[in-house]
Design a protein around this ligand. Sequence first.
Ligand code: KG4
Ligand code: ZN
Length: 348
Amino acid sequence: MNKAEPLVLGIETSCDETGVGIVRGHTLLADEIASSVDEHARFGGVVPEVASRAHFEAMVPTMQRALDKAGVTLSDVDAIAVTAGPGLAGALLVGVAAAKAYALAAGKPIYGVNHLAAHVAVDTLEHGALPEPAVALLVSGGHSSLLRVDDLAGGVVPLGATIDDAAGEAFDKVARLLGLPFPGGPPIDKAARDGQVVIPFPRGLTGPRDLAEHRFDFSFSGLKTAVARWVEARERAGEPVPVGDVAASFQEAVCDVLTAKAVGACREYGIDTLVIGGGVAANSRIRSMAQERCEKYGITVRVPRPKLCTDNGAMVAALGSHLVAAGAAPGDLGLPSDSAMPITLVTA
Ligand code: KG4
Ligand code: ZN
């Protein structure tokens, strides 16, 4: 095995995307995805049982597509990485069981990895090795966290997290009340382009008292309620709801708080690299706002391209590759999945 540039296969099934990615070192060779998102859309959220069944059906064909795309066989691979948590319990089991079967059949080492750390590691596929220490802002449908990454292979230090809704969850809920489809991030991002930031929605946990106690924490449920009240008042008055303006103003409030706290953490710890990951990092406004604000303080911001921000197998392979290169010990075939895997654990 070439330890500096290992060929690693990654399997992701923590939510509604069945992802299989293959990387060599920091080079992406394949990133195949089968999504069950359409099956969940009418419920306005992911239905765990439906997601598990969809993973079960999609796993082998997605694996085959990834191997074909990369032009490799399972026997060429140096290691297999799989998301062990956090995520939907049944969905995780499908991926972990598949990874164990592939590892056993091909005689390969297996790494059960943390989904959140993988959202950070994926950036190495676009921008190369991550300078450490770095601050990571992780914003997805299930999580919103600020982390200090001193050593990605050894674990990350949580600085703050949401105390209620995740940022992506807020996008999904606000989209629903604006009559936009699920998942709500992309349609809000699009609607916001035709709107103006004119409604002063609240910025959660940014008052002087909140900042003392919750400096690097987030809260989005008050914002979601404020949007709901504003829309209801319009409807009660028999006036049309300006969807673009509401979307733009809501998006601005979320991005403002996320980027202000992320930049604040970089400055407080004297860290000059900020990496942003997770589905919400695909948002066009958070990308431009982070760039503007970081530039002001000499902070380099790294955000992978949108397709790598949302869930995929390449991110799992990227973290696996980093672990192999760092000499981390693989797991065994008894490795557990953990739907509540803490962010401080990189491997299960
Ligand atoms: O990381 P991810 O694919 O899955 C989880 O681990 O949760 O994130 C999905 C979340 C959804 O809530 C979705 O609405 C949000 O990411 N999202 C976006 C955008 N694209 C996806 N939010 C804002 N703007 C986007 N362009
Ligand atoms: Zn995710």
